[in-house]
Design a protein. Structure first.
Length: 110
């Protein structure tokens, strides 16, 4: 990566470290996944997200790989919306009306 002045990130890091300034690059997620340490330590686990496919996600420190690998999918958009609104005291008829008017997205149950 280069900044607007054309100086490489590595050169800036070298200069900062020479000045005894604690510095490191800020990685994007793809950079993080490609990091040799993350690869060597199995720092990411592949999980399934229905309707979207497989994704790499960070492991949880101290949690066994099998537990992270069995991670449940994230909820779909609106999946728990009706239950949350009912907990907040919203009348089920109002929830149904909002859904019928396409104001509220509540996906069909799987």
């Amino acid at each position: 990566m280069r900044d607007a002045a054309g100086n490489a990130t590595e050169r800036w890091l070298e200069r900062l470290r020479e000045g005894d300034i604690l510095a490191d690059r800020v990685n994007g997620f793809d950079d993080w996944l490609a990091d040799p340490h993350v690869i060597a330590t199995g720092g990411a686990v592949r999980v399934s997200q229905p309707e979207m496919g497989q994704f790499q996600t960070p492991r949880t420190f101290g949690v066994p790989l099998a537990v992270d690998a069995a991670m449940t999918p994230a909820p779909r958009i609106g999946e728990h919306g009706a239950a949350i609104l009912r907990e907040l005291g919203i009348d089920p008829k109002m929830i149904a009306q909002l859904q019928a008017e396409n104001i509220l997205l509540i996906p069909e149950a799987r």
